[in-house]
Write a protein that binds this ligand. Sequence first.
Ligand code: FES
Ligand code: MG
Length: 585
Amino acid sequence: AGTRGGRRPDGAREVRPEELRSHQWYGTDGLRSFSHRARTRQLGYLPEEHLGKPVIAILNTWSDINPCHVHLRDRAQAVKRGVWQAGGFPLEFPVSTLSETFQKPTPMLYRNLLAMETEELLRSYPVDGAVLMGGCDKTTPALLMGAASVDLPTVFVPAGPMLPGHWRGETLGSGTDMWKYWDERRAGTIGDCELAELESGLARSPGHCMTMGTASTLTAAAETLGVTVPGASSVPAVDSGHDRMAAASGLRIVELVRQDLRLSRLLTREAYEDAVAAVLALGGSTNAVIHLIAMAGRSGVKLTLDDFDRIARTVPVLANLRPGGKHLMEDFHFAGGMRGFLSRITDVLHLDRPTVSHATLREQLDGALVHDDDVIRERHRPLAAEGGLAVLRGNLCPDGAVVKHVAMEQRFLKHTGPAVVFDDYRTMQRTIDDPALGITADHVLVLRGAGPKGGPGMPEYGMLPIPKYLLEQGVRDMVRISDARMSGTSYGACVLHVAPESHVGGPLALVRTGDTITLDVAARSLHLHVADEELERRGAAWTPPPARYERGYGALYMEQISQADTGCDFEFLARPGTTPDPYAG
Ligand code: FES
Ligand code: MG
């Protein structure tokens, strides 16, 4: 062994106990170490249970109010089991939960707060490696953004999808079928009794949404990035396999610390491009665009909207999952999961990347099988010939907008219509069903004031409701444009993430009811048919909205948040630079 640790037969470096970061807390000859050792005995541990062993922080987003993570309290025990078996010392840290369902105005307001908490916890405590437990929408990017900024060996444990929903012989998808049946309710085709049954049938176990919504999209991206154990992301939350996956993650993280395999070795430009390809081939959530750009930023990788559009043209949509397709995550899992899935797009992947399994992606996919060609389609039978998203440009969205064109009525792929503009969500909610507005299926619904600052937090308002009287006539899709996001389980001809947003004076702020707008997905364009001079006149008369927060986190958020096209990170978190380690610094 050399002074900086020995070489293992496979070439990886073996970290010696004195080289562990936690050694500075526990192993040095000084008052502080004496105190830390005494306090660890106070926790009930023998010295031989922890001294010299890799300290593994388990960051758990469990909470009583988060149904997507309610099983993670137990699951952390399986992670600990793995850590102990491998000779590590696990310590669980409860961190902020971001419940997509309950947190208002939107958990997106708090993604960066959880990222900050993750980063600072890992940095300020005696941590050698981290296991991150999350899955409900923003938790995955938040945890990984924070961890990437600290750059310790890290394994992500996805919460896993909930079991499929059931109602009167039908399979229900969370989110997707909630929207669908709420529209039926508004159209008067189902009553109170049916609604009560649906409330019991939609979400019948712990776990995140089991459609290819934001949660499944981001955990699949994490698996593609190589930061989960192979096959982890699709294991149903309540399957015994989820316990085994958690234990395997605990075993792995201790090895990763011994090998000093840090997150930065995994989260490369190639890895992010592969995650983008996977998300697009899955027909995944539009939210992934914002989150992957932000995550990549924390890894020092400049990922752009143009990367998404470029890669979208190289991959077909192969996952037949709701909201764009038919099946649910459990079907995907038993059809082969991400290993099976990725084995069908190997031509666009960078296969020689390392992963937390210590195998390269190529080795991980070796022998991967697909067991159901309807769920994971073959290349000659895709759901769509091109990836699920298109990036639009034009005078209405100079910095871009996105549309999930595989989940919309195809007659809207090229559409021109008159705008009906709503200044904010409440006004829209109050007035949308009023027949006096005279909205037809050909109108273009425009919502502003719903962006990163305007929302605030870019709430998932992007799937604007269709007026009730049109629903009753059988209309189920319309062109809708906003600076909001859309739930990953939503669908429809919704142009989202218009940047810059109206709150900062983007052109969206200048549209008026009656203006004509053209959406042309093939041309990747979104055009407002108003002369430049007229837009300039309207812009000169525009006044910025008053400040919403005078103090607190909201004020920090408003000051720091970036626009959708750059990932909505905080400027002071996204900027390059070093932060001193408490001991090394
Ligand atoms: Fe948590 Fe959908 S509400 S993933
Ligand atoms: Mg969601």
